[in-house]
Design a protein around this ligand. Sequence first.
Ligand code: 13P
Length: 259
Amino acid sequence: MNRIPVVAGNWKMNKTVAEARELVSTIISKLREIPNVEKVLCPPFIAIPALYELLENSGIGLGAQNLYWEEKGAFTGEISPGMVKEFCKYVIIGHSERRTYFGETDESVNRKVSAAIKIGLTPIVCVGETLDQYESGLTSEVVRRQIKVGLAGIDPVDPASARRIIVAYEPVWAIGTGKASSGENANHVHGQVIRPALSDLFGDDIAQSIRIQYGGSVTASNASEFFAQPEIDGALVGGASLKPDEFVAITKAAAKSSR
Ligand code: 13P
């Protein structure tokens, strides 16, 4: 199955609008010339309109880091799917930091994924086990449940919408710790846990077409190790996406592995 790798930068809560413009100006020309990779930047909400203008016709996509599932109304502080869709093609859903600090659950992830799909966004759905769960041998069980519940009810009779989903496997113990998973371990979770769970939900054909990114301490030095693995279809990059040269090098490594 020929899956185009997708490299996304999750800037998290970093960069003012002015800083965001500066970072994009530094990388845009280098990124846009890298072929055969889908490139996505996910800045904080407030920088999205400014970057939308800068990135127009660049071939680099914009993503939000979250959304709320309701269309509109009295939900102070929230951003609706329609508001995201005005500027973005992608939206990260269920990042472990949202699960840990903001009480998100597999059920709320499911409502957000459904809302994203309904409005035509590409959700980047994050799954991954904590250190405790990893050490207790619970990785498969936890990740399988996150997929099963998080993606439940996404209509498989509309294959186009299910195919659009991107899954990001981000073991919590690897995020921001400098202790990345090995390529082999991530490949195993992608191929033996996530893809079979996707197949149970959507059938094998659709499951084979869904991209599964790895995330967690990806850097320019370890990126190729991940992209060399057959089940790893790109990366969701945190810290290194804030460093222009690192992010460009990671994206180039993905292009080299493009199958
Ligand atoms: P780091 O790359 O900083 O480990 O973060 C990964 C991540 O959480 C991306 O969503």
